[in-house]
Design a protein around this ligand. Structure first.
Ligand code: SF4
Ligand code: SF4
Length: 442
């Protein structure tokens, strides 16, 4: 198989990054990669998805990973994983004799080991230049579930119809499930036995980078976890911060201690990002020193500065995100910057995941959330046409059409990072809009 053939398979099967922004998998394939990397860091507290999928489907994942390696012509294929994911590590090790070009790259038990720029440095020693993509240093990074989806796509052309998801926090049975795309958050909470508290809020994703959602939101190709937490829990409060209030608080309370910069993972890799200077400038209205503002382009959004580092409880990430958004909107390009060395002190500034979990007040919710693949048959699903970065898919069905699991509902745009969307249940199409398609079960 050549790269273009593989790209077409992945595009038509709707394979996207199964987490984060949902970057279409085909768009990452490049013959410039001499290393491909499988990111099994799962570094945010409470998430228990990738290590379990890796443990159960190691063979399928390694087979597809090897196919990708051969197709793009990479020399090395590295599984980036933490030693503490022992069962997953053992499952991979048992297969290495059959996959001679695949190796394990151990990651430290820290946050954010899964930030791909950090993952690449830890496992290859290469530093992705600020503002550039990993392919600049000959590396392409894939998510564990993405590669499992690629396996099914390569084997049989199967479309992505289901999502693994960890449902944890204040629920009766913390669990990791495989559910049809398009079911509601309320349904997945019910599958975890329901909430154990009355007044709760919900996060889609990890506590550091996830976003607040409601029970009526639906599961998409990028939903990794639903966290049920008390409405007044620290993580929830921080995720609900109001940028205008955050700015006023920065004006009165930023003492320029520099802790946000000293612990910033991107700064420690030599990228020109200094959140303390940004906070100084924005809180005092400095307009003639633009570098700290331009530095926001290099923020990964990991959240360490505002969830962990700042003892004043300020929100550098939120404010930086706001400024970065305005710069992009205003057409300001990402500045070209000179390379700088990795900071010598980096090794002494790791944030242990266990410590982060405690700091976030999440230790009591750190459940095992075992994988349970029992089938769930919903009454209906609402499949969003945009579950990925790039142009939304375009509906190819109409109301009243009968569809089966895996049937094409919406086709990928040819040129704009599009991917296809497939039905996740058997049933009838009961609603088609420019945002979503509803399929009701037979
Ligand atoms: S850690 Fe907080 S108080 Fe210290 S410089 Fe950064 S934003 Fe200001
Ligand atoms: S969120 Fe904060 S700690 Fe993370 S990269 Fe951005 S500035 Fe640095």
């Amino acid at each position: 198989m050549n790269i273009n053939e593989l790209k077409l398979i992945l595009k038509n099967s709707g394979v996207v990054g199964a987490g984060g922004a949902g970057f279409p998998c085909y768009a990452k394939l490049s013959d410039k990669a001499d290393i491909i990397l499988l990111n099994c860091a799962e570094c945010e507290p409470l998430l228990k998805l990738h290590r379990q999928v890796m443990q159960v489907y190691a063979n399928e994942i390694l087979e597809a990973f090897e196919t990708v390696r051969k197709t793009v012509g990479a020399k090395r294929a590295i599984i980036a994983i933490k030693p503490s994911y022992k069962k997953a590590v053992d499952a991979v090790k048992a297969l290495l004799k059959d996959f001679k070009n695949v190796e394990i790259g151990f990651l430290p038990e820290v946050y954010p080991a899964g930030d791909e720029v950090v993952t690449i440095y830890e496992t290859t020693g290469r530093v992705v230049p600020a503002g550039k993509l990993p392919i600049e240093v000959g590396v392409t990074v894939f998510n564990v579930e993405t590669i499992l989806n690629a396996y099914y796509a390569i084997k049989s052309g199967a479309g992505v119809t289901h999502k693994y998801i960890t449902v944890t926090g204040a629920v009766k049975n913390p669990i990791t499930l495989r559910v049809p795309l398009g079911i509601t958050v309320k349904e997945v909470i019910a599958l975890a036995g329901g909430a154990t508290i009355k007044d709760y809020a919900l996060i889609n994703g990890g506590p550091m980078t996830g976003s607040i959602v409601s029970e009526t939101d639906v599961i998409t190709k990028t939903s990794n976890a639903i966290l049920v937490l008390p409405a007044d829990q620290y993580v929830i409060k921080k995720r609900q911060n109001n940028p205008k209030v955050s700015l006023k608080r920065a004006m009165s309370a930023c003492c320029q201690c520099k802790m946000c910069t000293d612990l910033c993972p991107r700064n420690l890799l030599g990228h020109p990002i200094e959140p303390h200077k940004f906070m100084r400038n924005i809180s005092s209205g400095v307009a003639n020193d633009v570098e700290p503002y331009l530095g926001t382009f290099f923020c990964s959004g990991c959240g360490l500065c505002e969830m962990y580092s700042c003892f004043q409880g300020l929100n550098p990430r939120t404010l930086m995100g706001m400024v970065k958004g305005s710069l992009r909107k205003g057409g300001i390009p990402v500045p070209e910057v000179k390379e700088a060395p990795v900071k010598e002190e980096r090794g002494g500034r790791y944030i242990l995941k266990s410590r982060l979990t405690a700091r976030l007040g999440l230790t009591e919710y750190n459940h095992s959330a075992p994988l349970d693949e029992k089938e769930y048959n919903p009454k209906k699903v609402k499949l969003l046409l945009s579950q990925h970065i790039g142009k939304p898919a375009e509906a190819v069905v109409k109301m009243g059409d009968t569809v089966k699991v895996g049937d094409l509902l919406a086709a990928a745009d040819e040129n704009a990072l599009g991917v296809a969307i497939h039905s996740s249940i058997n049933g009838m199409v009961t609603e088609v809009t420019d945002k979503y398609i509803v399929v009701s079960a037979n």
